[in-house]
Design a protein around this ligand. Structure first.
Ligand code: HSE
Length: 450
């Protein structure tokens, strides 16, 4: 089901006999559902395989595995596609999907159906593109006691941030490139706003901790507010860079879960992961015992690979097809939920923070802002102020559509010591109303002290 970037790559690999080349599994495409078959790569050669009716795939008696790679675009697609998956399982078929948004939203219902009907769900392609991360966490590391799972799980965001940092490309230009290369979702808003990473974190939380996370529970920040000057501050003052991360970390009897751009130190493995590449770190308490990982390193398993695009995602899809083909009965899914582990409310998430201001320059501003932080019992770590060129200030003014004279613009950063998101938001609620504030203060966590 689906003949977009991923669907076409799956078709190509099947017609090329990629699985047969290395395994004893033979796969055959029975039907391909797509709304507009004409113009699709394989339509000219195999027109009779194509159908515009979803039930011709779901209800086809010869189909053993339904591969759903439609790519939900709108909210209403989610329940329609969920219906396809459940109907397929009701009809005795296993399913493989790359539609993380569908699984993340309806996970309990979908896995209940899988158990009821004894069918397998393959969803390797939902997280990290071609990286074999789901099976590794769910099966290979099942005896581990998880401490944390976190990483770069959106290729589009990583591509844009890397391009902004390394070649000074504008946000729009980098996004267009990511779309042309087939990395972005059909509606790239899902990538940029962090919704795609949130869906992936829900799935990572399920296979790692047995958590039943839901969308509203997770603190979510996208990359829209990041400006090239943030990379200057991150690099020259923060000795690091900015990466968009999805994080789930156990903290006593609770798990902190968030999706946000994070100031990552330059010596962290994730700081070096650029472009569409995804990377996920896992920290397992059992294999950590007795090992010297160094004080700084807070992970002991690292997974890295191509995180988006037709080819890698199709590889993950076909890995699931292979796995299901060689298993007599599916396991039903990963959702063994742990009642003892709660998710920390968003405002209780703690950490050090980076807050970037753009103000109309006048005296007393820093004092005024720091007093508000003080009143909210927030400790200031440092104040960073760089000398900006006229061009940089001009780009800031254009980027934020500011009318203030370039000579009057002042960007600077205040870093905060361990505080709660709720406290920070309360302080910013007061600060944003000050008449010298020209741009919504931009805050992101600093890695290391969550
Ligand atoms: N749009 C997604 C990304 C595709 O950019 O990572 C892979 O899930």
């Amino acid at each position: 089901m689906g003949s977009g970037t991923v669907g076409e790559a799956v078709q190509t690999f099947v017609f090329e006999g990629r699985l047969e080349a290395k395994t004893e599994v033979t796969v055959e495409i029975v039907k391909i559902y797509t709304r507009h078959p004409k113009g699709k790569k394989w339509f000219r050669k195999y027109p009779s395989l194509f159908t515009t009716k979803a039930n011709e795939v779901i209800d086809h008696p010869d189909v053993d595995i339904v591969v759903e790679v439609l790519g939900a675009q709108q909210e209403k697609d989610l329940s329609v596609f969920k219906g396809y998956l459940i109907r397929a399982m009701e009809g005795g078929k296993s399913v493989v999907t790359s539609d993380k948004a569908v699984l993340a939203k309806f996970s309990a219902e979908i896995w209940a159906a899988a158990r009821r009907h004894g069918q397998a769900i393959g969803f390797e392609a939902c997280v990290g593109g071609g990286i074999p991360i789901i099976r590794s966490l769910q099966q290979s590391l099942s005896a581990e006691e998880p401490q944390s799972v976190y990483g770069i799980v959106n290729g589009t965001c990583n591509y844009i941030l890397s391009a902004m940092r390394s070649s000074g490309k504008s946000y729009g230009e980098a996004l267009r490139e990511a779309q042309e290369l087939g990395y972005a979702e059909t509606n790239p808003e899902a990538d940029i706003s962090g919704k795609d990473s949130e869906a992936k974190l829900i799935l990572l939380g399920a296979v790692t901790f047995g958590l039943q996370l839901e969308s509203g529970m997770i603190l979510r920040k996208g990359i829209e507010a990041i400006h090239p000057i943030d990379f200057q501050y991150a690099q020259s003052k923060g000795s690091g860079t900015i990466k968009h991360l999805a994080v789930a970390r156990e903290n006593g009897s609770a798990v902190q879960a968030f999706v946000a751009p994070v100031l990552v130190p330059k010596n962290h493995f994730l700081a070096t992961v650029d472009g569409v590449t995804n990377a996920v770190c896992f920290n397992g308490k059992r294999s950590r015992q007795g090992m010297d990982n160094g004080d700084e390193q807070d992970w002991n398993y690292g997974f890295i690979g191509p995180g988006a695009g037709g080819g890698p995602t199709a590889i993950a899809v076909l890995g699931d097809v292979f796995s299901i083909s060689t298993t007599v009965q599916g396991t039903g899914g990963p959702l063994i939920t742990r009642g003892d582990l709660r998710v920390l409310p968003k405002d209780q998430i703690q950490g050090d923070f980076y807050v970037r201001f753009v103000v109309k320059n006048q005296s007393g501003i820093v004092g005024d802002i720091c007093r508000v932080f003080g009143e909210k019992s927030i400790h200031i770590a440092e104040i960073w102020q760089l000398n900006h060129t006229r061009e940089e200030l001009k780009s800031l003014a254009v980027g934020y559509r500011l009318r203030a004279k370039t000579g009057n613009l002042l960007p600077f950063v205040i870093t905060l010591e361990r505080t709660k998101v709720g406290q920070l938001q309360e302080a910013l609620e007061i600060i944003r109303k000050k008449d010298f504030i020209l741009v919504e203060p931009m805050w992101i966590p600093i890695w290391g002290n969550q």
